[in-house]
Ligand binder design. Structure first.
Ligand code: DON
Length: 574
């Protein structure tokens, strides 16, 4: 009798333990990706995913859907979706063409190299991170319209209308958005134009309430009627400049008129027979991703080593060397000679691989390499789209911090970015992501600040296989890389590859950052024995990235979509 009682007790305890912990331990490792036959849209916001998939159902291509989603996210994900920020779009067309649209923000014409230093030469982070002095000239509206004109099939009126409807008629607030509004309420309080929108006369919004943004709807209408001129000229531009001037910023009408997105050749590299198509400078994403993968290609991953100290040792050393290169060799290639070919060279990666021993190399003894020798002769959100025609689009867009610089343009209802903080304001001094830089990423008028955004498309036998990207500042590139390794080296489906816990190292600080459950006690002990320092995740990143991905099974004609459970979005296919 006593025995039966204790068995029952143990069973109850075990039941409670498993039901309480399994979903958190595996946060989604048992989720299946969404499946579809025709097309897929994966974003961090379900209303925006639904906008995109409707465009696909109406016969639009992936670029039409990407533009519609871009505008919709400005309404349903004010945290990072935007018209006051910038981003990058990587496109693969079914005719085999790969291209990118760079709509990164630019430094204003009146920007100067030392604009964030005081008279003693000390860096003042609040100036580059907060308020009107932190704003880069926005690129999103010009970029989305440029992509639509060059590669879309639908008129602007059609693709922007869903965003206008969402702003005008409103959408139902979810718990995450409400929590984000509340968390930032004190910041919004500093700006009446923002406080008015993200609270109800100072009272927080509640989950389930309908959230309307009439001023933003009006701005989107101006864009619908006048295209880029609706934003960069006329009434919206007047309101934007007025707001910036009022708070002491330096962006002028001339900056807005001069802003142009740029179509650039993607960074193309290979990894174990796959073609990696990603973003060139002014993003460091494509090059640093390729450099890390090129280093890791020299290893053979044993299927059972995932999560072990041996596995993390390989990853972390590759990360450190690549991020050291980032700090010196990367910047806007229109202003600085980025040694792209050298950084992408397999021989250069091999030379780094040969330096990696079986112990941690302290970051202090790792310096940026000399890729020139290998030159032959340079708060954010991501969405992924694939259409029934075989086109793929990968977009990462940002205001930089959550809700950018927190300033809504009075009367125009949109938030402004604080992207100037992505420049290296003073050599060797870290920005908000702890990244350091030098001459390559110094401030110059009209220069684009270096980014880590890594929208990527992976081709297998010439056809889209994976569409992937993530937010996360400096952790974007390592997030994208780990999802790719999980798929290609460890054969995971796209949902599992995204769900699995991640680690991050960026050379400096010399610490491994890791998510809960990424490093167990045994592994931590072994990593320490190899000479690694482990960061306390609770004091740093709670999560590493929010990846949104698609995997295409071209043999069975199935499209798999996976939204990262770290965010609140969805994969919508049909
Ligand atoms: O372009 C960049 O690298 C940064 N502005 C991205 C910021 C970001 O990902 C913040 N989101 N979590």
């Amino acid at each position: 009798m006593k025995n039966t009682k204790s068995i029952i007790k143990i069973v109850i305890i075990l039941f409670l333990f498993t039901t309480a912990f399994i979903p958190k331990i595996c946060f989604g490792a048992f989720q299946k990706p969404q499946k579809a036959k025709n097309g897929m849209v994966v974003t961090v916001s379900t209303p925006a995913s639904l906008v995109g998939v409707q465009i696909l159902k109406d016969g639009g291509n992936a670029v039409d859907a990407a533009v519609a989603v871009g505008f919709a996210l400005a309404v349903t994900y004010p945290y990072a979706g935007n018209i006051g920020g910038g981003g990058f779009m990587v496109i693969h067309l079914n005719n085999g063409k790969n291209t990118t649209i760079d709509f990164r923000e630019k430094a204003p014409l009146r920007a100067t190299r030392d604009m964030y230093l005081d008279k003693d030469g000390n860096y003042t982070p609040s100036l580059s991170k907060e308020g009107a002095t932190s704003v880069g000239v926005p690129g999103s509206v010009a970029g989305l319209i440029c992509a639509l004109k060059r590669y879309g099939t639908m008129p602007l009126e059609k693709v922007i209308q869903p965003a206008i409807d969402l702003a005008e008629k409103g959408w139902r607030l979810d718990d995450r958005t409400v929590a984000a509004f509340i968390k930032n309420l004190e910041n919004f309080k500093k700006y009446p134009s923002s406080y008015k929108i993200f609270s109800k006369d100072g009272k927080p919004y509640l989950e389930g309430e309908i959230f309307k943004q009439p001023d933003l709807a009006w701005t989107l209408e101006q864009i619908k009627e006048n295209g880029t001129d609706g934003f960069y000229k006329g009434k919206v531009a007047d309101l934007l400049i007025k707001q910036i001037k009022e708070f002491g910023g330096i962006i002028s009408h001339k900056d807005l008129i001069k802003y142009k997105p740029v179509e650039r050749k993607p960074v193309i590299s290979t990894y174990r027979g796959h073609k990696i198509v990603s973003m060139p400078p002014p993003s460091s994403g494509g090059i640093i991703l390729a450099e890390m993968l090129n280093i890791l290609e020299n290893y053979h991953f044993n299927p059972n080593e995932w999560g072990s100290s041996i596995y993390y040792h390989k990853l972390v050393e590759a990360m450190k060397y690549a991020y050291a290169d980032r700090s010196v060799h990367l910047g806007d290639a229109d202003f600085y000679p980025v040694p792209q070919k050298g950084l992408l060279s397999k021989e250069y990666a091999k030379s780094i691989f040969l330096k990696i021993g079986n112990k941690a190399t302290p970051s202090s003894s790792i310096k940026a390499g000399n890729p020139m020798r290998y030159q032959e002769s340079t708060e954010t959100t991501h969405y992924s789209i694939y259409d029934k025609y075989g086109n793929a689009v990968s977009v990462t867009t940002t205001l930089n911090s959550a809700f950018g610089n927190k300033i809504v343009v009075e009367g125009a209802g949109f938030l402004l970015n604080n992207e100037m903080d992505d420049f290296s304001s003073k050599p060797g001094v870290p920005n908000q992501f702890g990244l350091i830089g030098g001459e390559g990423n110094s401030i110059q008028p009209e220069k684009r600040m270096l980014s880590s955004m890594t929208p990527t498309i992976i081709l297998k036998d010439g056809k889209p296989y994976i569409v992937i990207g993530s937010p996360g500042g400096s952790t974007i590139i390592t997030t994208v890389m780990q999802v790719i390794l999980n798929c290609i080296d460890f054969n995971m489906d796209i949902q599992t590859a995204i769900d699995m816990p991640r680690i991050h190292h960026q050379w400096l600080p010399d610490k491994i950052f890791f998510e809960k459950y990424a490093v167990n006690l045994d592994t931590a002990e072994k990593l320490r024995a190899l000479g690694y320092k482990l960061a306390d995740i609770r004091k740093s990143f709670r999560i590493l990235g929010i990846a949104e991905g698609i995997m295409i099974d071209n043999t069975n004609h199935i499209i798999y979509g996976a939204s990262d459970p770290r965010g609140g979005g969805s994969a919508e296919g049909y």
